[in-house]
Ligand binder design. Structure first.
Ligand code: PSU
Ligand code: MN
Length: 309
């Protein structure tokens, strides 16, 4: 792990899993600090860890606390991430400053992938990834998550992308970057709150083992980069599409009236949508992340079996 470990702290559970080649699933902390209200963020984070253990893997929630990269967090650190208002959003470019200044950071998809990779973790579960924003042809707003997916060897299990983004452009960009987009038991790329989007995935897979084989082939061949594993929200938890679309449209018009830019755009849109859709979107969000944690653990377990075999 080179010099990385000078910057990193592992929980005993994660360290033991790394040393004995057990399957591990990384989890991001943005979802805790910026994605959900307290105490739902706390109970959900604990539930995710439990689901991962129940499905044969070890959870490793990733964050930066007082300038230290945490691979796996304690209950006390989770409380802190869930309640403190002093947690920065950390993507690739923010890492050096947050570490050097000893600050606290919630990791995005991009930075969680980076730290997972440094720790030797191959599979990561989250809710939704960043992508190409609507109007990107003038704003140039494209998430660093996509660049990270093009270069860092970690599979991201997600429920697709929210339609705060331009889903078609996001998929085009992933194609350009050479990032496979796999659909779990679906031909259609999901749009977070709902199972469909009108856009297709590259390849459908039915069983975790099939996804694990695709990952192994990709990395055995040294085809650098990540994979998007798109897992639709369970049908019984889908949110009302009309309500979601209305909220997103109104969030985007408010964004266009204000001078919000850079890293604030996504949090602004997400919090407006949250505000306008309330409990229903939160319930859907919790259900889909749990569903992703389960699939990620199953893929991690199969992947470990394949590389040991
Ligand atoms: N999209 C969501 N929920 C999220 C995010 C995106 O539906 O929580 C968060 C993730 O941490 C993601 C980040 O990596 O926002 C992307 O931010 P940006 O668009 O600024 O790259
Ligand atoms: Mn952006």
């Amino acid at each position: 792990m080179n010099n990385y470990k000078n910057y990193m702290d592992f929980t005993d559970e994660v360290l033991e899993a790394i040393n004995s080649n057990k399957p591990i699933v990384a989890l991001e902390s943005t979802i805790i600090s910026h994605g959900m209200p307290y105490p739902d963020n706390m109970t959900t984070a604990l539930e995710l860890e439990r689901i991962i253990r129940d499905n044969g893997a070890v959870p490793a929630t990733i964050a930066i606390i007082h300038g230290r990269i945490k691979i796996g967090i304690t209950q006390q650190e989770l409380e802190f991430l869930a309640q403190s208002k002093d947690i920065l959003k950390v993507s690739r470019r923010d890492i050096p400053s947050v570490i050097a200044l000893g600050k606290n950071g919630a990791t995005t998809v991009a930075s969680t992938m980076i730290f997972a990779h440094m720790a030797g973790i191959k599979i990561f579960a989250t809710g939704g990834i960043g992508g190409v924003h609507r109007g990107a042809e003038t704003s140039f707003d494209i998430s660093a998550d996509l660049t990270e997916l093009s270069q860092t060897d970690v599979a991201v299990v997600c429920a697709g992308v929210k339609s705060i983004l331009d889903i078609g452009k996001t998929l085009e960009k992933l194609e350009t970057l050479g990032v496979p987009v796999l659909g779990h038991q679906t031909e259609e790329f999901p749009s977070f709150y709902t199972r469909g989007s009108g856009f297709g995935v590259d390849y459908k897979f039915d069983k975790p083992e099939e996804a694990a084989k695709m990952l192994k082939a990709k990395w055995d061949l040294d085809l650098k980069g990540g994979v998007v594993v798109a897992n639709p929200i369970p049908a019984e938890y889908e949110a009302n599409q009309e309500m979601i679309n209305k909220a997103i449209d109104s969030a985007i018009s408010e964004l266009n009236e204000k001078s919000v830019n850079g890293k604030e755009v996504t949090p602004f849109l997400l919090s407006k949508v949250k505000e306008l859709t309330g409990g229903e979107s939160l319930e859907a969000n919790i259900a889909l992340v749990k569903n992703n944690a389960k699939l990620a653990a199953q893929i991690a377990a199969e992947y470990s079996r394949l590389i040991k075999g």
